[in-house]
Design a protein around this ligand. Sequence first.
Ligand code: GLU
Ligand code: MG
Length: 380
Amino acid sequence: IAEANAFGAGGDLRLVPDPDSRISIRDDGQEQLRLYIADQTRTDGTSWGSCPRRMLTSTLSRLHAETGLNVVASFEHEFTLRGVDAGLPMTLGRLRAAEPFGGDLLALLEENGLQPECWIPEYGDAQYEITLRQAPALVAADRAVLLRELVRDLARRRGLAASFAPLAAPDATGNGLHIHLSLHDDEGRAALFDPHRRGRLSEAAERFCAGVLHHAAAVTAVTAGSPASHLRLQPHHWSAARAVLAERHREAMIRICPTVSFGSSDEAKQFNLEFRAADATSNPWLALGVIIAAGLEGMTGDLPAPTVHPETVGDDELLSAAPLNPDLESGLRALETDPVAAKWFDPDLLATYLAVKRAELAAVAGLDDDAVCARVADVY
Ligand code: GLU
Ligand code: MG
């Protein structure tokens, strides 16, 4: 139990399952396990301020009340599979090496309505990537929570070990978590796209990005909040070393994703923002919650319009922008001293987040970067 413990030893809660979140795990045709996502409530059924799922739902309600908009999102996960003879990056051999895990994973996700889209033999050592179809924000975050557990569980059942840790070692290729999102009105009309403006960002989109950039230090203390996370957020990792917004650039914190002009799909609907300074040591509800909360500050406040870097932006220009947190402790300090960010959380939830993260830092105190990466990879 991390100190200071905001709750003491008294009190109690209930876990109320969300029936729509049901997952059924089968092997050999036999159902082995059923899983549900639950809300943490007080014993009288009212919501509990420190429930991380509630942090996201209450942020979504605020966004809707203040702007009339809803969020559609998708979490793109990379992970490493130990135990496969994975071969070369991005090859058929690597895809095959993960069988039957890969095929079984797609079937499991499909059967349970998680809507898998791509299963990719990625670039890093024994690295793979799985993407799911976009969904309303809460569903997308629930899916991210489930996906990680389903991947780990299936890997164990197939004699493998999956790790979502941001880095297996300091010089390894990172496992990123890229959070895609777009904003829609109640009629489903896309609100981020305006082909006549800079970066094709609508005014709402530009303001949203301004908020996320302005609060980047607090946001990344949540989206990339392990003692090893900052080691991935370095130049030339295709992650995000700086708080920048850029068109189609893989080293931007917020990447304005490309759209395609062939086929019948509407470009406004395809258009989305990709937050790349995240990894899967983060809690999906809190990670999406802080990005949206920061974006909402931008939409309702009067922050200056952000710089929109073109796709061709050079390294020098990119690296002249504000650096992200040099380490987790700096991030935690930014989170607790950003008076706006502190209001995104129930006070007990924020105090607990800070205490748990500082306990994680204490657990790796004195270790070198190799050992910190290894320790985080053991857990995640
Ligand atoms: N592995 C990179 C990361 O750590 C991302 C590579 C990609 O763009 O898919 O975020
Ligand atoms: Mg990738």
